[in-house]
Design a protein around this ligand. Structure first.
Ligand code: AN0
Ligand code: CP
Length: 318
């Protein structure tokens, strides 16, 4: 595998899941693969889980790891092409990428959406420059539009906790005080469409996700109706994807706290499990009692990030 962004990059999803379960049983079985190999993780944005779980996964595989926080210690990087660099950016990505690539064998990139220029974000301008100019395998650690390591870990978690052959999984929008990217819901929708689940998306009007990711997934605008009988409730905030109204791209259209997941919402599910990728703002996305309840999967979900990353890096080493 040379690039990891979309669910198709893994090939057969059932095989990838089986590989994840096998790795989870013995995460040090492939130590030899990474000997004398170096992973470079490049962060343009903050991270707790991705940083730690991906580094741990690479160490499980016997790799050396270098981490670069671009905005803390490196030169500020220009990512746009054809500009006069007379601002605060000292170096262009077009030089920085081949230089960074010369020190490593595999590259992970985190670069969030700017949420101002939909075309720039949805063309994955920054990530694609790494793919094009590094000459190394590159994987997404949340890019402008996708977070595949998260979606893969979410699917592993659902597989581990489902009590029905085909569980009902509901992706629900929830309110937030800041404009957040669509990467997590985009990838979650993409992966759920490929999984053996009954998938429903619910959000206020105007928050329609890009059909490139949602395909023909069912959208139910009545949140309570969507949650009825759910086995898994996957909460996430996202800003306006600009599908129905391009000028609203990246804006907050609603802060309706009636969408916050509380006991009343969970009561209509079928003993549903609560999921969120974290970091989560309590009181906005979810109430304390729901996230602290025995039905909350947020911790095992985060722990599975180590497993999804290990499958991806292992395949790149092979
Ligand atoms: C990011 C997001 O919503 O995409 C990262 C989630 C993994 N969240 C925040 O910036 C709070
Ligand atoms: N879920 C996730 O990617 O968390 P971080 O932003 O902390 O890496």
């Amino acid at each position: 595998m040379n690039t990891f962004m979309n669910v198709e990059d893994l090939g057969n999803l059932q095989e990838a899941l089986a590989e994840a379960m096998e790795i989870k049983k013995n995460r040090f079985a492939y130590q030899h693969l990474g000997k004398n190999k170096t992973l470079l993780m490049i962060f343009f944005n903050n991270s707790l889980r991705t940083r730690l779980s991906t580094q741990k996964a690479a160490m499980n595989l016997g790799m050396n790891v270098i981490v670069l926080d671009v905005n803390a210690g490196a030169w500020k990087l220009e990512t746009e092409c054809g500009v006069i660099m007379d601002g605060d950016k000292s170096e262009h990505l077009l030089e920085a990428i081949p230089v960074m690539a010369s020190y490593c064998d595999i590259i992970g990139v985190r670069s969030f959406a700017g949420l101002t220029d939909r075309k720039y974000d949805y063309e994955e301008t920054v990530f694609q420059q790494f793919v094009k100019h590094s000459g190394k395998p590159v994987f997404a650690m949340e890019t402008a539009t996708v977070h595949p390591l998260q979606a893969f870990a979410d699917l592993i978690t659902i597989e581990e906790h489902k009590t029905k052959k085909r569980p009902k999984v509901v992706l629900t929008w929830a309110p937030h005080c800041k404009a957040l990217p669509q990467a997590v819901p985009n990838s979650f929708a993409e992966w759920m469409n490929k999984a053996d689940v009954d998938f429903v998306i619910t959000h206020p009007h105007g928050y329609e996700l890009d059909p490139k990711f949602t395909g023909s997934a069912r959208v139910e605008y009545d949140q309570m109706k969507a949650l009825e009988g759910a086995d898994f409730v996957y909460a996430k905030n996202w800003s306006c994807p600009g599908v129905t109204n391009p000028e609203d791209y990246g804006k907050i259209l609603s802060k309706d706290m009636a969408w916050t997941i509380d006991e009343k919402h969970m009561a209509v599910t079928d003993n549903g499990k609560f999921m969120h990728c974290l970091p989560v703002r309590r009181g906005l996305i979810v109430t304390d009692d729901v996230i602290e309840s025995p039905n909350s999967l947020v911790i095992p979900e985060a722990a599975n990030r180590e497993i999804s990353a290990e499958v991806v890096i292992k395949r790149m080493l092979e």
